[in-house]
Ligand binder design. Structure first.
Ligand code: CA
Length: 278
């Protein structure tokens, strides 16, 4: 019996061949397409478990392929995109893609993303009691309570909703507009300042809870790693670490954007927090 099936859509022949062979060695059954039309034909014929999609295709826009697949299925889609195509990535994520990888990417990164979206597609976000967990964080939707390593965290209703949306989408990238629509409503889709402030506050409250809990022997659940669980995707939105990949190195970021990012987010938070109300 073969592993999960992948639909690989990439018009560049060398990349398509190399990626296809790599994925087949990893145990996946791979259908490869060089154009959007071929991709949709293979999609109709085989309904793969996962789609890896290059957005720059010779015939149709890759975003159209995402829309077409999303009309029919919730199959995970990972965008493969060139550096600098932020608008394209956002359009793709808004159209329903789950994640993206910027070319060139490392194969272990690709593997990690594939495993994360497949795990998520397996519907293992909530445990048997309906609680959402991420590392030491637990959200109980019945009691509307959040704990970190058992210590209760006091969140405002908005902070709670924001955390709930994030924990429900582990391993996915959520665009700023999507989070704003989900937590604040349609009218706030452009108010990304709200989001920066709330995400920072949420990170702080969650990591403070670890500190106040005195460590309690919870190895690997330091304040820094808690803060790192909600990752910033510069210019795009936020990604919540996938719990299957915890706890190692969730705070490490090799993209080189981390110092710049935290500085700009702090500045945004302090300038905007005075005019924020619940
Ligand atoms: Ca291309």
């Amino acid at each position: 019996m073969s592993g999960p099936t992948l639909l690989l859509v990439e018009d560049e022949p060398g990349a398509r061949r190399a990626l296809g062979e790599y994925l087949e060695r990893g145990g996946y059954e791979v259908y490869s397409a060089a154009t959007a039309h071929e991709a949709l034909r293979l999609w109709d014929a085989h309904r793969a478990d996962l789609v890896l999609l290059d957005l720059g295709l010779p015939d149709l826009d890759g975003v159209d392929v995402i829309r077409r697949i999303r009309r029919e299925a919730t199959t995970p889609i990972i965008i493969l995109s060139a550096r600098g195509d932020e608008r394209d990535k956002i359009d793709g994520l808004e159209a329903g893609a789950d994640d993206y990888l910027t070319k060139p990417f490392a194969t272990d990164e690709l593997n990690a993303r594939i495993r994360a979206v497949l795990r998520r597609a397996g519907g293992r976000d909530a445990d048997a009691r309906g609680c959402l967990t991420l590392g030491p964080i637990e959200l109980d939707p019945v009691r509307r309570e959040v704990t970190v390593s058992g210590a209760l965290v006091r969140l405002t209703p908005r902070e709670y909703e924001l955390l709930k949306v994030l924990l429900s989408n582990q391993g996915r990238v959520l665009t700023k507009a999507r989070l704003l629509r989900a937590v604040w409503g349609l009218a706030y889709a452009d108010e990304s300042t709200y989001l920066h402030v709330y995400v920072n506050r949420l990170r702080r409250k969650l990591s403070d809870a670890v500190g106040s809990n005195g460590g309690g022997g919870a190895a690997g659940a330091g304040a820094a790693s808690i803060e790192g669980l909600i990752e910033t995707e510069l210019g795009i939105g936020y990604r919540v670490a996938d719990h299957g990949s915890l706890p190692e190195s969730s705070a490490s970021d090799t993209s080189g954007g981390a110092p710049e990012r935290s500085a700009s987010m702090t500045a945004t938070a302090s300038s905007a927090s005075s005019r924020l109300t619940e």
